[in-house]
Design a protein around this ligand. Structure first.
Ligand SMILES: *Cc1c(COP(=O)(O)O)cnc(C)c1O
Length: 359
């Protein structure tokens, strides 16, 4: 706190990202980064983009990358909005579309940034509790609302809803904007992008950070009706005209052209995820069925926070959320490489054995 801060900032509650540890060579399974890639083709495209053209401002709307994304999804360019990571896209969504007279609706357990944006922009919200099995009860979302947002697959549970469930929600909820955050959709959920033409109030956000292994570059986007996209453009143009730099634009285009690398690495993550889930169940963990690149787990005999700390001492970083209370007993483990999983499982076996010896 500082007396120089505005009263508004004194009250702000910022998002706390998972740590980027300073230790040498950690087994880093805490922020859902993709261990494979980015592919050589993307790295080459970035090197090729570094020349005298950098003296020019980039295209304000993402230029070539916007066109490439529109083609990729079979949409028009006026249905695509780009931002500096999907976090920035989400920020603009909250201000452009969710600052309404009625409250925004979101699940009680979901990506915690949503509440942070509500705080930043002074947006009222109400939460809908996930079911006991952590599934998302879309039919329990109240009709009278100023907007709806959820992640599919959800974070940090990894559970997904079907496209039909989302379509049913959109059939009922026609008066406010519904945002589906598809940060993890590449790892197994059904995308709602196919519904964008049918429902003018649907906006889908995506990122190149997870499936495409480009978290360090910050490329996110939203697709929806031209109406919604124009609203986002208005806010963007009041904030930062050039959210994506030329090198990132080149990398994004190259990433979309390298489908083989993308598909192979996503397949590898999916099969490693399922193997790791089996191993963890074998050690007595309860593991939610994940459609994402992470597993959400708990263990009867372990305090989740204590386990995360014990692993950290061994150079293995996973994520523990103290809040909401309902998930304080759970841990989120990013799917890594087979080698990383081996280190994790060996450490867990050791910790379990030590625990068994206790009186
Ligand atoms: C990682 C993540 C994001 C943010 O992605 P960036 O594009 O890296 O900003 C958004 N939503 C969810 C649910 C995420 O997990």
């Amino acid at each position: 706190m500082s007396r120089y801060w505005s009263p508004f900032v004194q009250e702000l509650e910022p998002y706390v990202p998972g740590e980027q540890p300073a230790m040498a060579d950690p087994v880093k399974l805490n922020t859902n980064e993709n261990p494979y890639g980015p592919p050589p083709s993307v790295q080459q495209a970035m090197r090729d983009a570094v020349d005298a053209r950098l003296r020019l401002y980039p295209h304000p709307d993402g230029g070539e990358l916007r066109t490439a994304l529109a083609d990729y999804h079979g949409l028009n360019t006026d249905q695509v909005f780009l931002g500096n990571g999907s976090d920035e896209v989400l920020a603009h969504i909250f201000l452009a579309l969710f600052k309404q007279n009625r409250p925004l609706i979101l699940p009680d357990i979901t990506y915690s940034f949503y509440r942070v944006y509500c705080g930043l922009y002074g947006i009222d919200y109400e939460t809908v509790p996930l079911a006991d099995d952590f599934s998302l009860p879309l039919d329990a979302f109240p009709a009278d609302n100023g907007g709806i947002i959820f992640a599919n697959p959800n974070a940090p549970t990894g559970l997904a809803v079907t496209r039909d469930d989302i379509a049913a929600l959109l059939e009922r909820n026609t008066e406010s904007v519904v945002v589906v955050d598809e940060a993890y959709v590449d790892f197994g959920a059904e995308s709602a992008i196919a519904l964008v033409r049918r429902f003018p109030n649907l906006l889908v956000t995506r990122t190149l950070s997870k499936g495409r292994s480009l978290a360090g570059l910050r490329i996110g986007y939203a697709v929806g009706s031209p109406d919604l996209i124009a609203g986002l453009d208005r806010v963007k143009n009041c904030f930062n005209s050039y959210p994506l730099d030329q090198v990132a634009i080149a990398a994004g285009v190259a990433s979309l052209r390298d489908e083989t690398f993308f598909e192979n690495t996503v397949d590898a993550i999916i099969s490693e995820r399922d193997l790791l889930a089996d191993e963890l169940r074998g050690l007595g963990f309860r593991v939610l069925p994940s459609a994402a690149n992470f597993l959400f787990v708990c263990h009867e005999r372990f305090d989740a926070g204590g386990l995360a700390t014990a692993l950290r001492e061994r150079g293995i970083i996973i994520r523990h959320f103290e809040r909401p209370e309902r998930i304080a007993g759970w841990l989120r483990i990013t799917v890594g490489t087979p080698e990383q999983h081996q280190v994790l499982l060996d450490a867990l076996r050791e910790l379990l054995k030590a625990d068994n010896k206790a009186p």
